[in-house]
Design a protein around this ligand. Sequence first.
Ligand code: FES
Ligand code: FES
Length: 157
Amino acid sequence: MRVGLTVNGRPLRADDVRESESLLYVLRERLGLPGSKNACEQGECGSCTVRLDGTLVCACLVAAGQAEGSEVVTVEGLADGDGLAPVQQAFLDAGAVQCGFCTPGLLVAADALLRQRPGPTDEDIREALAGNLCRCTGYEKIMDAVRLAAARYAEEA
Ligand code: FES
Ligand code: FES
C-alpha cells in the first residue's frame, strides 16, 4: 500500500508499505528519518515517541496505514532551521544526554509539555516524561534539562 503523510511540515510518501509495518519502521527505514529510536518495539520505552496529529504516540505501536494523511512531528522537526531548539540545547547543557538512545523520545515529549504548559512544575515534568525510560542518566539531569528549557523559553517570551 501507499502511505502519504506530512512529516515535519513536508508531504512525504512511502510506496509498497506492508500491512504489518509500523509508523516507526516507515519513518526510519523508508523516509530516512532515523531520529526516532527503536528500542523495545512494544510501547514500553518511549524512545520512538512522535507527535501524530498533535498527540504523543509511540510510533512503534501505530500501524503505518493508520497514519495515512496525518501530520507527524519527529525529533528532526523540533529545531527551527540549522540550530538546535532550546529544549535540545538544554539537554546538552544539563548533561542529560549520555548514550542518547532515549533522548529523541524525551525531547519530543518535553517539547510537547513546554508547548502546552510553559511553566511546568516538577510534577508536570515527571508526569509528562513518565513513559520515557532512560537507562543512563538517573533522570535528575533530564529534570534539570526540562527546567532549564522552561526557564529559557520564559526569558524569550
Ligand atoms: S520502541 Fe517504541 S516504545 Fe520502545
Ligand atoms: S541517555 Fe542512555 S538511555 Fe537515556
